[in-house]
Design a protein around this ligand. Structure first.
Ligand code: N01
Length: 888
């Protein structure tokens, strides 16, 4: 019998299980939409919820001032256009009672309550291998037997215990913001303590202060808050929505945070102080978290310097709002980047500290010792109070899934054990070893870093569509593979290097719960990219899932859905969407014009000390060069740099963002040389120019402002080839002295038969076809084995120490590795960076491929070592250059 035909009614008797296709835990935003979609797809379903009614987080969080912090027009269901017009929000940020009414309205409109068992907690869930069903026990009424089990439990549902000694001794009233009494609390005339200064506290403190005789706030970590400016929905956002509702919603689905705002491209250092302030004041006045988190400048969320500018501007606002300087100083966050910890939206929060009945206790100076019968004592003082409000947060993301009830999957494995070292998931939706088990907004999905309404709809649609497809194909189980899950874990780690979230101790990382394993739990790659990955899993035949059915039917298309670095994936998708003709079809002149045009659109690179142009003589001509100098006083060691472009394209300026970046990181002077190009000047011109230029620059280092003595050489791609060849020629022709070589994705050999040429033949910008074309223009087949064209074929002994970078998705990968290995085997000190998930251009796309930063940090460190300069502490950037642990 098809599952959909199994009776859905709950049995009256405790012993007889209620049989359904799908059981859902939770009747909040996710659970309600799941019931709606499951029913439409022909599945029988039941939702179980401990609460007495629908609402989820909005059922429990009834503390004074509770309201959403995403504008309500965005924090709504969008699946039914008629629902959208049937409900009108009264405010820009609706308060908890209104949101709860909305969810009740939705439940009534689609008659969802009939499939919800309220005041019912699942006490245990076990996978029954034989029946291929989940068997659930509950604390109220019949057990449940279901084919699929879906956690719609929310991310912030399990309040965190207070972790402070003596709570039980307190004789007064105790409340938790996350479990606020439904009939309210009368605080009038009482002495109230609030512990915590997260979003819940920051929303409730101003209202509690208005009622209480005295309010004492116990703050451990100050948080960034900005004024909500609540009121009617802003007319600009409303008119955007009303003029094209479908377009507005679609833009939200494709955006990074689930709210339709454009992607910022201007970086902070391209703006003047006045322009930055103007943007900031506009964001402050907008009273919108997503606006201030995404619309100031492109580097604010990914770069510690770009972020610090925002932090300083907000601290200025706090200073201006709070009269007592000591209180103002205590309220200023200084231990985390803005946005790395969830910032708050407030109404009168900072001004509340100007009231005579409000005291701030800075727990960083006087930690809480204990809670006593009469109040709270710190290291220095005792505070007698009548009421303690714990606004101390949640065991987030995993708490409601892991801690609430035992979940036992295949072979008796418990989810608690499987996640002992942190949550492991595939797409944040499924877990290996737990067939037919799904999570809505689980760890590993964008969830709390997005507009939850948008993420919930995407998850529910994806899950229900998959269940329907599974049923239609005659399969009964679905489970992710180990490979897919491990790949997702790695992709999560790659994504976490892009943003600054990893630099703060927060509930995003589990740091707020003592003993919890720490790691960034939400997916930081963005809502739109995440959606496209989920869709890709489907279009690639349920990649990474094993499906089984009756009679041993099995389908398993194993693999990892994302192997590229997240930003590399975005860049390559963007390039693919441009449908560019192959570069080799443009001819050399056309290709040069194309590259020049292309380069105009990229971030130009950050300010450095000075840029000086010149020309240097070679035997039969002169070569332009450009000197990039650090801001620090010289003389600096000199790096002779050769740009990429297949010996055909580029000039002394074409890798400018890279040169500027490396000058800042190394504190060294880069001289970029415009060697002559093919086809006008074929082999060996470029190689000989490289050598001659190095010799001249070494001889004229002092005149150029550099440090006399050995130089270093560096180059990318064909420039890496020239740098490698230069080292061999310098050794064989009596100088100049070269202290080290940095080869980034170098061409080292004319052979095209290494695996990387085939694995990465197309799709990663530098194609096999393009490399053939470069070689043909540069060098006749007869000359290609000359070591000045293929340095791998030359003598690699007694070369300067080398740092060789290769990228996983690059046709040149294996010849770069082969060159590094050959030098190492010949006794040359060699360090290698094999950059996983990167492509040929990753490291030169400065401020575009953010995940290239850590590689450039390593390259800079190597150059400094080669030059005999002292190591730079990654935590304490020295003047003139920065090697920051963050994405600076
Ligand atoms: O919890 P929190 P929350 N002793 O974890 C402090 C969402 N939300 O309920 O930072 C002393 O943010 C703790 O200090 P520290 C929103 O996503 C949304 O406020 O760990 N202090 C912190 O100050 C939000 O981020 C809205 O040093 C202790 C506070 O308690 C998330 O829910 C409204 C302590 C906890 O802050 C959680 O917010 C409300 C101890 N033992 C919430 N333990 C909207 O606007 C903890 N603290 C939609």
């Amino acid at each position: 019998m098809p599952d959909a035909m199994v009776a859905t009614r709950a049995s009256d008797e405790r012993g007889t299980a209620q049989q359904v296709d799908v059981a859902v835990v939770g009747a909040g935003f996710s659970g309600l939409y799941l019931l709606y979609r499951l029913r439409k797809a022909g599945f029988s379903a039941v939702a179980l919820d401990e609460a007495g009614d629908v609402g989820g987080t909005w059922y429990w969080n009834r503390y004074p001032g509770a309201r959403c912090d995403i504008q309500t027009i965005d924090y709504s269901y969008t699946f039914d256009p008629e629902l959208e017009t049937a409900w009108t929000w009264s405010e820009k940020y609706a308060a908890q009672p209104e949101i709860l009414r909305y969810l009740g309205f939705v439940a009534d409109r689609y008659d969802l309550r009939k499939d919800i068992r309220f005041r019912t907690k699942v006490t245990e869930a076990k996978w029954d291998e034989k029946a291929e069903r989940w068997q659930l026990t509950t604390d109220n009424g019949a057990p449940v037997s279901c084919r699929h089990y879906i956690m719609a439990t929310g991310c912030l549902s399990a309040p965190k215990p207070p972790e402070i000694d003596g709570v039980k001794d307190f004789k007064g009233e105790v409340y938790f913001t996350g479990r606020w009494p439904h009939d309210g609390v009368n605080l009038a005339g009482k002495r109230v303590a609030v512990i915590g200064t997260g979003s819940s506290a920051i929303q409730s403190i101003p209202l509690i202060a208005e009622q209480a005789a005295h309010l004492t706030v116990f703050q451990r970590t100050p948080n960034f808050a900005l004024p909500a400016h609540n009121g009617p929905a802003p007319s600009d956002r409303m008119s955007l929505l009303q003029s094209d509702r479908a377009g507005y919603r679609e833009q939200a689905r494709q955006s990074m945070a689930g709210v339709p705002y454009p992607q910022q491209t201007v970086v902070s250092w391209q703006l003047s102080d006045a322009e930055r302030r103007e943007r900031f004041e506009r964001a402050w006045a907008a009273g919108d978290l997503v606006h201030i988190l995404t619309q100031l400048w492109a580097d604010q969320a990914v770069d510690i310097d770009g972020n610090k500018i925002v932090q300083d501007l907000i601290r200025e606002k706090i200073r201006a709002a709070v009269r007592d300087p000591e209180t103002a100083a205590a309220l200023m966050p200084d231990d985390h980047p803005f946005g790395a910890k969830r910032p708050c939206l407030d109404t009168n929060y900072y001004a509340t500290y100007n009231r005579p009945n409000v005291t701030l206790v800075n727990l960083r100076q006087e930690p809480i010792k204990a809670i006593t019968a009469s109040g709270i004592s710190t290291n220095g003082r005792s505070f007698d109070v009548d009421v303690i409000v714990f606004a101390t947060g949640f065991d987030a993301m995993t708490g409601a899934i892991r801690a609430v009830h035992p979940i036992t999957g295949r072979d008796g494995k418990s989810l608690t054990d499987v996640w002992a070292q942190g949550p492991q998931t595939y797409l944040g939706l499924t877990v290996e070893g737990f067939p037919n088990f799904f999570m809505i907004t689980g760890p590993g999905s964008p969830s709390v870093l997005s507009n939850m309404a948008v993420s919930i709809e995407q998850h529910v649609d994806w899950v229900v569509d998959r269940l329907a497809a599974l049923r239609d194909a005659g399969f009964t189980t679905i489970e992710p593979t180990e490979t897919a899950q491990a790949g997702w874990t790695r992709h999560m780690a790659d994504c976490s290097m892009v943003t600054l979230h990893r630099l703060a101790n927060t509930w995003y990382t589990g740091a707020n719960v003592p003993g919890k394993v720490q790691g960034l739990m939400p997916y930081t790659g963005g809502v739109g990219p995440y959606r496209s990955i989920c869709d890709e899993v489907v279009s690639r035949g349920m990649l990474g899932f094993k499906l089984t059915g009756p009679g041993g039917a099995t389908q398993c298309n194993d693999g990892e859905v994302v192997r590229l670095q997240p930003d590399v994936r975005l860049v390559l998708n963007l390039l693919a969407s441009l449908n560019l003709p192959p570069i080799e079809s443009m001819g050399a002149i056309g290709a040069r014009a194309f590259v020049n045009e292309f380069n105009k659109g990229r971030p130009a690179g950050r300010p450095i000390g000075a840029i000086v142009d010149g020309t240097l003589p070679v035997a039969d001509g002169a070569l332009p060069y450009r000197v990039y100098k650090p801001a620090t006083p010289g003389p600096h060691p000199v790096v002779v740099y050769f740009h990429g472009g297949g010996w055909v394209l580029g000039d002394e300026q074409s890798d400018e963002p890279f040169c500027r970046d490396m000058v800042r990181r190394t504190g060294m002077m880069f001289v970029s040389v415009d060697y002559r190009h093919a086809p006008e000047h074929r082999f060996p011109t470029a190689a000989e120019d490289g050598y001659a230029a190095t010799r001249w620059i070494a001889e004229h280092a002092a005149e150029l402002g550099g440090r006399p003595g050995p130089v270093l050489v560096a180059g990318w791609s064909a420039g890496g080839n020239i740098a490698a060849v230069t080292c061999q020629l310098a050794r064989d022709r009596g100088g100049p002295d070269i202290a080290g070589q940095l080869l980034i994705c170098p061409v080292t050999d004319c052979s095209f038969d290494r695996p990387s040429y085939n694995d990465n033949a197309a799709g990663y910008f530098l194609t096999r076809g393009l490399m053939y074309w470069f070689w043909d223009l540069y060098c006749s087949p007869a000359d290609r084995t000359d070591p000045r064209a293929s340095p791998l074929r030359g003598n690699v002994e007694k070369l300067p120490p080398a740092f060789v970078t290769t990228c996983e998705f690059d046709p040149l990968r294996d010849e770069g590795v082969a060159y590094a290995e050959a030098m190492a085997a010949a006794g040359v000190p060699v360090e290698q960076l094999k950059a996983h998930g990167h492509f040929h251009s990753s490291f030169t796309m400065v401020d575009v491929v953010i995940t290239g930063v850590s590689g450039r940090v390593q390259m800079a460190e190597a150059l400094r070592r080669f030059a005999g300069l002292p190591e730079v502490s990654r935590d304490e950037p020295s003047p003139g250059f920065k090697i920051s642990a963050a994405a600076s």
